[in-house]
Design a protein. Sequence first.
Length: 343
Amino acid sequence: MASLSACFSSATPPEKPLALVQVQSVALSDVAKSLKITGAVQSRAETPVAFLTAGQLTELGAKIGEAVTKGQVLARLSSQEQEADVEAAAAGLQAAEVRLKQANATLDRQKSLFDQGLTTKSAFDGAQTALETASNSRDSAQAQLDLAQESAGYTELKAPADGVIIRRLYEIDEVVQAGSPVYVIAENGPRKAALNVQETAIARWDRSRPVQVSLVSNPAISTTGTVTEVAPSLDATGTVQVKVTLDDGSKMPLGSAVTAVLYWPAETRIDLPASALWQTGEVAQVWVVDAQNIVALKPVEIESYGTDDVVISSGLEPGDRVVVSGTQFLSPQQKVDVQDLGA
């Protein structure tokens, strides 16, 4: 019995298997940084619509966001003054036509008398002059009526193109001055995305690359675009407004929110999977493996975070082996079994 116990006590316990980790060798690579920002879809052509005459607004027939067609009546001014002018001009034309008719009759009578030698040359010439004067007066009265009727037409405000109402600048009963916009229409057709970009991002931005633009509400609807306008100064938000003309914005409603991805020129950096990062408090670290497959934590400086990667600015050298998978149960100076993923 004693000898049996001695046999059990001298048996060697089985070795604990080494933790398996996947490592990646550090290498410099060209990293193209990107920046995702939000913006809104706009029409490439936004047209202010104004009356050609002053007056009091009596009707506003279009609402913000409403689609309108070319020639559609959007608003009306009080037309009482214009209607009175048309009536007065029509009455003036009617009187001028009566005088012209009388002058024609007088000239016919004077010509008949002159041919018979029953009137003087002076009387005949006077009748001719009176006819010319009446004819000129009639033409002038017709022009006055045409002008009055044209002015009466100015009391209706019509859409100059198909589009969507995006702004209304007056309310009913307000007095509008000639040329002062009442509505702003975003015309149908090519569209653009208006983005507000930090000035520091503008300085390093690679404008030669297309901008990817997607709807916030439905990211599956996306298109590319080209930068066509960069504001020369900061706006009230402290950012620079950038306009991107969309290659195909037909499925992106005006005013809808979009995200845009802007790229910076590629730079040589160390890029690692985000899974390699081991955060302790505010200190960013990674697990490195030495030649004997012993792990240790090494602090690093992070330049930027991507969706599934991190760009390291310092703390590692090319050739260092970094654990990218299997970090959960590691401890310093622990020996591990290594699966090398290469660079």
